[in-house]
Ligand binder design. Structure first.
Ligand SMILES: Nc1nc2c(ncn2[C@@H]2O[C@H](COP(=O)(O)OP(=O)(O)OP(=O)(O)O)[C@@H](O)[C@H]2O)c(=O)[nH]1
Ligand SMILES: [Mg+2]
Length: 197
């Protein structure tokens, strides 16, 4: 998939604010600071299209980016950031569940799991919603550059076991580039977007 254009379209909280143009959407979900915004930038070969931050809780709205005028990448706010303002914490669950439930254009959720952490109850809740609403999901482990080979292999065994996932999650790193091309190809395949390069 060659990225010819990538533009920010809108931020939303409620379903009536979501784009309604019929174009497919791929959303990126996971705990705060797991690397959602960074992986979108890496996939799109854009350094700063999506704002990233070392302070967790950077992304607080659902942000829609239109790619090649053809499909959307959707950057979802992260969960599990205890120091976020109370109203943001309270807003998270209905906002994400609302998006998963209501977005007719949602084709895939890429769930990011930190390769160095044990999944928590919020990760489990997200997995639950995706199963319940029957939304296709792709699970990936992030920040693999921070792990040694043995640690990475252990994460690939233990994290899916905790969440009872069927498939082995791919190791990815926005920093080293590990797994990014493969992830891009897999998304293109699921969206049925022709691989242009
Ligand atoms: N070493 C390493 N650091 C990464 C990687 N991906 C992201 N980071 C760092 O992790 C921090 C959080 O990255 P973001 O992409 O902003 O994370 P996010 O999931 O969008 O965070 P929220 O918007 O707060 O939910 C930043 O300091 C990034 O530079 C990676 O693959 N390797
Ligand atoms: Mg973010």
């Amino acid at each position: 998939m060659k990225i010819l254009s990538a533009e920010f379209v809108t931020s939303a909280v409620k379903p009536h604010q979501f784009p309604k143009d019929g174009k497919p959407q791929v959303a990126f979900a996971g705990r705060s600071n797991v690397g959602k915004s960074s992986i979108i930038n890496a996939l799109l070969n854009r350094k700063n299209l999506v704002k990233t931050s070392s302070t967790p809780g950077k992304t607080q709205l659902i942000n829609f980016f239109l790619i090649n005028d053809n499909f959307y990448c959707v950057d979802l706010p992260g969960y599990g950031f205890a120091r976020a303002p109370r109203n943001v914490v309270d807003q998270w669950a209905p906002m994400i569940e609302g998006y998963i439930r209501e977005s007719a254009q949602l084709r895939l959720v890429v769930v990011l799991l930190d390769s160095r952490r044990k999944p928590d109850e919020r990760d489990a809740r997200l997995v639950e919603w995706l199963r319940h609403y029957d939304v296709p999901a792709l699970y990936i482990l992030t920040k693999s550059d921070k792990l040694k080979r043995m640690e990475a292999a252990k994460a690939q065994r233990e994290i899916p076991a905790v969440l009872e996932l069927d498939a082995k999650p791919r190791l990815t790193s926005a920093k080293s580039g590990q797994g990014i091309v493969e992830l891009k190809n897999e998304i293109a395949r699921i969206l049925n977007t022709p691989a242009l390069s």
